[in-house]
Design a protein around this ligand. Sequence first.
Ligand code: C2E
Ligand code: MG
Ligand code: MG
Ligand code: MG
Length: 275
Amino acid sequence: QAKAAGRNGVALFEATMLAEAECRLTLERDLGYALERGELAMHLQLQVDHARQPVGGELLMRWRRAGGVLVPPEVFIPVAESSGLIVPLGNWVLRQACVAVLRLDAAGSPIPLSINVSPVQFRQPDFVEQVRTVLRETGAPAERLIFEITEGLLVSDLDATIARMHELAAIGIRFSIDDFGTGYSNLAYLRQMPLYELKIDKSFTRDAPTDLNGAAIVQSILAMADHLGLRVVAEGIETAQQAEYLAAHGSPCMQGFLFARPAPIHEVLASLACA
Ligand code: C2E
Ligand code: MG
Ligand code: MG
Ligand code: MG
């Protein structure tokens, strides 16, 4: 009896693994065509200050597969990273950001835009050259771009990472650490980086008003950012209670469904023009 169950368990496990591998391969294959098929789009989520005025925005990639199914970035970004597709996709994102910056200018709303830069993309030998090329070709000012990196980038090759950040900062690019507090990063190195901003992960902001641990983390990130002279964006603000908590504790910039959902760039631009 036990033996049979064990065998079934193994068979089930193998079937699941096979299905997952198949799914991964299919995703990878389809993602390779997604750009040319027009299945990828960039959404823009505005960030606001304490007075609810827009102070920036984050570009977020969306993949709607043929048939209409929306694949979450948490699913397809890792596939793009492990397959190397993130390099051309990330380049495309950068180009979209540059175009959007110019459109924002034209709409009279010169806010900076943030893009998520994958460690895989950042570590490409010609990354800096790629950035220069896109800036030159689009004519967008680098000063309006914020590159969001994650603590994952800071775990290894720290010296090379910092050197590259300085190279990009010299062009005018600003840097933000995304999901700050969720990964390991050597805090001593923060001072050596040309940093502009820390983004407090939504797992902390969500709990801050009701949970002592969440509150302690949020308050120590705010204190540290203040000490280092960095801008802070609190992510994932969904309730008035969370916003009030932040207003009472240093009033960082806020990003979340309470203020604005990610929406197609042209829709956000239209809303800004009407405001
Ligand atoms: P992230 O960079 O931390 O982006 C913030 C995520 O929080 C976005 O999820 C956004 O839609 C979501 N969010 C914003 N406000 C709220 C809120 O009030 N409540 C909740 N529950 N969520 C909120 P999204 O768009 O699904 O993206 C997930 C992750 O995928 C991003 O996390 C980022 O790591 C990655 N990603 C998305 N677009 C790109 C891209 O163009 N390039 C790269 N390399 N990664 C990307
Ligand atoms: Mg981000
Ligand atoms: Mg984040
Ligand atoms: Mg995240």
